[in-house]
Design a protein around this ligand. Sequence first.
Ligand code: FE2
Length: 419
Amino acid sequence: MEKSVRTRMESWLSIKSVGDLTAMPDTKTKSNARNSVSKERQKAPSAVPVDAATDAKQLQEIPILGFDYIEFYVGNAKQARYYYERGLGFEVVGYRGLETGDRSLTSYALQQNNVKIVLTSSLSPNHEVAEHVKRHGDGVRSIGFTVANVVECYERACARGAQSVQPPISETDKFGTFVSASVKTYGETVHTFIDRKNYGAMIRPGYQPVNSWAGGVGFGNIDHVVGNVEKDKMMDWVSFYERIFGFHVFQGFNASDINTQYSALTSRVMANKAGTIKMPINEPASGERKSQIQEYLDFYEAPGVQHIAVTTNNIIATVTELRKRGIEFLSVPQAYYDTLTERVGTIDEDVDALAKLGILVDRESSGYLLQIFTKPVEDRPTLFFEIIQRKSGASGFGRGNFMSLFESLEREQDLRGNL
Ligand SMILES: [Fe+2]
């Protein structure tokens, strides 16, 4: 893939600073959106009432259009940017930091088609971003949901018992108005409701243009975002997503489905009706040795995001390019491919090419899916990425592949001395 340098200066040139930050009705005015973020750990009012209509089956779903940007808190945003840009093929579409008048944080906004991420690091040791990194290492802080009405979603979530992290704020610059609000989910992770229908630029107000090394690898959308929670807590979080968001269980895996000689996991996929949001939740299950989910929890020191799955229309091309750039993937034994056609039937792809790249295949009633998992992308064995291609309407999570993934992860866990 040819290297080129591009700039989005034409669309960003006249940004000078964030415009008006207007508080939404019934919320406190924020003089600066980032200052409001620094107060995120303020607890929500403890008297937030739980909706009387507690039967999840009866609850109206909070209308979420799809995933918005995912924000990572990292130790060094400048160097993380390089990995996501040159390694994973994102284009850097914005920057904010000292040069834009931000004295506390540095952020890079990156995008590859509909996959948007923000990398944020702290300029001082006392900021909560620094505390987050100290405790968890680099990791996901916020999973964004695009919505049509932030205030309505936020208020409905809080009325049903969600804990507020940031009340709705409206930010305006020359590209329009951007509205957001956040509520807590597992660990120190939050969901941010985002209304960008009246906002014409890539990420949100406050970012300046930067030169980017453009070299996408074919990521299309965020397919799903997976959380790891503590043992015996998974059903609490299933209930949370049912009760607060009106989501339902799309698919489940029990310990009897996914286990090895040593360990096991249990998982439930939470989804909205439209299928635009899928959020599996894993918990460790008892085994002879430590579950890989427990390894994550030990190193992240809390529940959190385990992996982010992104789609591609050509997984062979995508993974070939990623491997060329040095991205590391979990290995798959050759034996997996020896019997692949017997298990999944005829597929469009060359099995030898899949074997060479380590891509997994799983057949569903309505098609098949191809998947591959990176090794953890942080020093701690925590966050990783999945690349997925869904064919002929396959919408599941690869029950057969789940076991292969589990075995592969366990081999890596053993190498780290954590099994
Ligand atoms: Fe996944």
